[in-house]
Every structure is written in C-alpha cells, then in structure tokens.
Design a protein around this ligand. Structure first.
Ligand code: CTP
Ligand code: MG
Length: 225
C-alpha cells in the first residue's frame, strides 16, 4: 500500500507531492518503480490524490496490471486504510502487507527485504529505523528549553513498514487518535510489539525543497552511471 495522496504543503510548490517532477518524471512513478524493484510484492495499491485519480492511474498504467489506484483520504491514516481495504480485496490470501510512503521514492530493495523477513520470521510488525543524529531538546509552550533528551534511546522511523495482515487490519479498525503519524503507531496502540530493522539514509522522505534537491542530485548521478 503506497500512500501518495498528500498535498505536499511543506514543499510549497502548489502541486500534490505525487506529481512533483523528479528528473522529469512524477515522484509517484519513481516510488512505485522502487517498490516493484524490491521484488518483494505481488500487488501494489496506490492511494492517490482524489481530485487527480485519473492522472495518477494514467501515469502508472505503464508499470503493469499488478498496480491499482484508489482515492486517498484527508489524512495519511485514512489513505492507508482505503488502500488496505482494496489490497485485501485483490489479495484475500495475503499474509504480509507493506505500507510505504510515495515520498520515500529511493528506499533500497534491501530495506524492503529486511522488513518482510522480520514479519515472515514472526514479528507482528516491523519498521526500519535510524539513530537520531541531532541533539534533541524538550521545550515549553514559549519555546524555552526545559531539558535535553537522551537521544541514544530514540530512533527515526522510515517506511516500508511491514505487518501481518490481521494485525494491520485490527490496528486500522481501532479508531486512532489524530496524532498517529504512522501505521506502526496504530499497532503499538493495540499493545503488539513492533520490531525494528536497520533503516537506510536512502529511505529518506522527500518533505522539503532541500530533500527535492537531494533527490535530483541522486537521480542525475544514477543517469551519469
Ligand atoms: N499521504 C497520504 N494521504 C494524506 C496525507 C499524506 O497518502 N492525506 C502520504 C503522502 O502522499 C506521503 C506520505 O503520506 O507519501 C507521507 O506524508 P508527508 O510526507 O507528510 O506528505 P504530504 O502530506 O504530501 O506533505 P505535507 O505534510 O508537507 O503536506
Ligand atoms: Mg503530511
């Protein structure tokens, strides 16, 4: 399930992030190609901006018939839920499901493989993580520093996140709070253990124009061989 229905407000380009061009092709196309390149999935459901569904479907039609496009929702969680419902309709016997941000278009195949291996190995859920590199401070409402957080016990979480299908379905059926920003958070709320696997800097999320510039450099290097 590829949530790709976000507005890309932090990019500030006035274009849904899925359609922002990277080396001349829309981000969502790069992202879905990356999912297919992992050789880990047999069907892909993209939750696309509802107003531009046909455009997204047309863009992805060249990648084969294992890909479908559904309208995303107002929040990432709602987009994933819609994609999950469709995915289960397509693959009722599936036992593992991955959720992967379209905005993490460069996530390497090895990360997909590690996440799937963890779930196949018995984890109800698994997420790629990286250490936090910045010093982290807790502040009050006036932005005054209250304390320094021990970053050795903190991790940045990426996607793809992997789940036993029954676990992710239960997690999405329980009404989440508005502050839940990833699917693993929903699973944690069930009291299930979420396992971690090593993430990769290449699985970074394109969020700001700096990330977009990095993405362009990565693609130009790829093309230069
Ligand atoms: N997403 C989604 N549906 C939403 C919101 C987000 O499918 N209603 C997806 C985005 O398309 C993205 C992923 O969730 O692939 C992570 O979200 P984020 O990086 O926040 O993307 P945007 O919401 O598009 O960006 P912004 O928050 O800056 O508007
Ligand atoms: Mg967002």
């Amino acid at each position: 399930v590829v949530p790709a229905a976000g507005r890309g407000d932090r990019l500030g380009l006035g274009v849904a992030k899925a359609f922002v061009p990277l080396a001349g092709e829309p981000l969502v196309l790069h992202a879905v190609r990356g999912v297919l390149a992992s050789s880990c999935v047999d069907a892909v459901v993209v939750a696309a901006p509802p107003d531009d569904l046909d455009r997204a479907a047309a863009l992805l039609s060249g990648l084969g018939d294992r890909i479908s496009v559904v309208p995303g929702g107002a929040t990432r969680t709602e987009s994933v839920r819609r994609g999950l419902v469709h995915a289960l309709g397509m693959r009722p016997a599936a036992d593992v499901v991955l959720v992967h941000d379209a905005a993490r278009a460069f996530a390497p195949p090895a990360v997909f493989a590690a996440v799937v291996a963890a779930v196949r190995g018995g984890a109800p859920a698994a997420v790629p993580v990286l250490p936090v590199v910045d010093t982290i401070k807790r502040v009050d409402a006036a932005d005054r520093i209250m304390s320094t957080v021990d970053r050795s016990v903190l991790r940045s979480v990426q996607t793809p996140q992997g789940f036993r299908v029954d676990v992710l379905c239960r997690a999405h059926a329980a009404q989440p709070g508005p502050e839940t920003t990833d699917d693993a958070g929903l699973v944690e709320a069930l009291g299930e253990q979420v396992h971690t696997v090593p993430g990769d800097p290449m699985a970074f999320k394109i969020t700001t124009t700096l990330d977009l510039a990095v993405a362009e450099v990565l693609l130009s290097r790829e093309h230069a061989g």
